[in-house]
Unconditional design. Sequence first.
Length: 458
Amino acid sequence: MMSGRRCGTSPSNLVAVTTLTTTGPGSPTPDNIAANPVGGNLLQRQTRTTPGRLRLRTFAIVALALATGILAAIIFSQRANTVDVIRDVDEPAILAARQVQASLAEADASAANAFLDGGAENAVQRARYEEAISSAEESLVTLAARIGDDQESTDAVVAIEQAVSNYAGLVEIARVNNRQGFPVGAAYLTTASDLLTNEVYPLTDLVANNSAREYRSNYNSLLGPQIGLALAVVGLAALLTIVLLRTHQVISQKFRRRLNPAIALATLLAAGLTLWLILSLASQASFVVDARDDGYSGVREYVDSRALAFRAKGAESRYLIARGNETTAEFDAAADKLEGVLAQSSQLADGASEQDAASDAQQTWQGYRSVHDEIVLSVEAGSRQEAENLALNQSNVAFDAADEALVRGLALNQDQFDRSMNSAAESTNFLPFGALALAIASALLSLFGIQSRINEYR
């Protein structure tokens, strides 16, 4: 019957039908299943829906905010540490090395000046000698504490300490012989002075130059590689601000909301962070440059000037002690070099007080040098007693006036260096922690603001 043929099917027919249906056009084959796993690609699914796209945007914003905050904290902490090293280690080490040289030159000048009084010995100059030796020893302690693990500088400081001890011993031998009227005392004094010139001063120069190299390295790092990294962080903060601003625009258009408080606040925080980074970086760099150009350079000029001045003063006394072997070559070399340094100091002076100090130093030094010229003329005229009287009286007074001017100029420049470096340190005082806090707050606000819009789909 017809109806029996339509309703009856054999197992083989069922298999054929099933196979045909399973392998029809558009049906999942083993190859299709392997290429498109159940559920499809997660990222593709997320980008097909508005909630998915918002979740991806949230992830990007949070990652960018955290990266900005963490990098800002690390990089600006590193910059703050470099500023501290320049302020508390490098510059004090340079100054201490130069102060050692200046103090020893002062001690040498005072010892030679006291020697001129013969057996009586000038008590004022003797006291000044002892104070200068103590000052040199204190500067050596400071220097040893600042040079860190620089083995060459450490060895030099040890050698300086030993040489200073030897110098003091020679001066005492010269003093004893001088008080007893023995001419050999002058020879011991000259040997002591030569020890400073030939051994100690080159070592102090070595330590000062090593510390100056560290200063330059840290300074160049602040304004070179480190500033490049800091600018990269500024770029990330600016990018975060732009992404948040665009997110706010997208949500405003999509959800018909002019203001999304959480996202708007997150945008403001990111913009504030960007501005803070820019201002802090600019001000810190400016203060570091000011410290070098207006403070550090002047400090070096003035402390070197004091050392040269005392070396000239000591040469003057030894010129009188020589008796028959007089030569002004040592004095002239130190004095001429000093006048060149004073001219540079005058050019570096950038304020009224510094200009006055530089002018005063030049004028008082010329006043002292005029007295020295009178001493030389007296010796050449055969009036040695008059020359010694000038050296022990007018010369000392004129020299002290010049030294006071140099000390004042040194203090002004050191104060300017300290103020600039302190300002450089303060410009990023709270930035590492603050940047991280603002970045996290921006990320959390973004997460809350976007998630609130996603929840509206439920």
